[in-house]
Design a protein around this ligand. Sequence first.
Ligand code: FMN
Length: 349
Amino acid sequence: MVSRYRGAGSSAPVLYRRCLKPLLFHLDPETAHRLLLLSAPVLGRLPRICFPRPRRAPRSVAGISFPGPVGLAAGFDKTGELYPFLSRLGFGFIECGTFTWEEQAGNPRPRIFRYPAQRALVNRMGFNNPGARRARANLLRSLSRGRPVPLGINIGKSKNAADQDAADDLNRTIEVLHDLADYLVINVSSPNTPGLRAFQAVHRLRALLEAILPRIEKPLFVKLAPDLTPEETAELIPMLEKRVAGLILTNTSTDYSLLPDAPIQEGGISGQPLFEKSTQMLRFVHSRCSLPVIASGGVMDEARARAKMEAGAALLQVYTGFIYEGPLFAARLHRALLESLDPDRAGGN
Ligand SMILES: Cc1cc2nc3c(=O)[nH]c(=O)nc-3n(C[C@H](O)[C@H](O)[C@H](O)COP(=O)(O)O)c2cc1C
């Protein structure tokens, strides 16, 4: 199946491919990201004409109305400051975070690695974020400029919180951020917080959800790892169906066989090599589970976006594709999905 997509190189706009991307890829990934953060106040105030004209492919998932199915995955806006800019780039929704209760510096740098030949990234960021209270202040400032698309808030356990205190730690974050979110995500699948993925065991996740659900009135999604076995996944489904509004499939993978000919860096693999693995899990879950799934993992072009939708995704998220394909990537995917849904609407809005 992979071969269907192989060689479908970048079709990003020439300006991005020839000018901006070489410049950004010349910098180390975090410096490039820092540059974006520093430009955020200006970028968020650019007039409407500078942004792509949104193409509407609205859909309702978990009771939320999304203007389009392609969203930005968690981890790009880790401070809550980029929403005003990102929300105007043609995304159907933006997920911020992961936020933790405590402010965290994350792992030492370097902690993001590009694999251009494989169109992949490996990251071991480790939930660097300003902590829930400062994230709230940032998000309030961001949202004071409007809420053009739904905002997902992704939260996780603080690194310093002991496992038995995980629910209390999450509840503190929920209390502070809950009212700002259109939907919430519990991230139990990052490979970069020691022991976090063990919360995906059915008895531990059930206990965690039971302890936080009384505080939550918004739709709650759980984000899972692509490295769960089909047996582990099957065991989780009936428990999750009773408790949450939907799933996000998937986070990054620690299956290093996905990058066979490359020097391995410890961390989570994202981008093209993750596509098959995450789509297999999506297909497996969709065939057994009634919950809507937000599909994340290796959406690098229009064909892969369509394939995820065909595999049962209710919505899509992109991260690595956005890095490789540039700021108009979501607008491009929306256009392609709209054309395949209804060719008559391709030229219109
Ligand atoms: C640099 C980087 C940081 C990330 N940080 C987070 C995070 O904080 N929380 C989270 O749930 N996922 C995080 N992710 C995972 C993405 O949200 C996404 O699920 C994953 O990268 C797969 O999608 P992709 O192949 O489109 O990148 C991160 C990914 C990258 C590349």
